[in-house]
Design a protein around this ligand. Structure first.
Ligand code: ZN
Length: 102
């Protein structure tokens, strides 16, 4: 539920910003409305996505998606010419000496 925390803190930050911009009663009202509506909107969108692709394995699917993005996003740095690349060997110098770059 990391995404939920991110959006929660995001909406908190936005509501603080609104209270700085708008005068007291309006700022508070808008901030509260956002704080209540934002997670509801996110949850509804998330529910729709869950309904779209399998119901009970949605949690695992979410984690699977995250880890898959992690592995495809790994880049390597060539130890010979410090070229960043994906895949087995450096396309610039052909060396297989590399380290993972995060
Ligand atoms: Zn290289």
């Amino acid at each position: 539920m990391k995404w939920y925390l991110i959006f929660l803190f995001g909406s908190l930050a936005v509501s603080i910003g609104i209270q700085m911009v708008l005068p007291f009663p309006y700022g508070l009202v808008v901030a509260l409305a956002l704080f209540i509506a934002f997670p509801l909107l996110i949850r509804r969108r998330y529910m729709n996505r869950m309904r779209g692709g399998g119901s009970e394995s949605a949690g695992g699917g979410f984690f699977g998606l995250g880890s898959r993005q992690g592995t495809t996003g790994v880049k390597y740095v060539c130890l010979v010419c410090s070229n960043k690349f994906k895949g087995g060997s450096c396309p610039r110098c052909g060396s297989k000496m590399k380290r993972a770059d995060f």
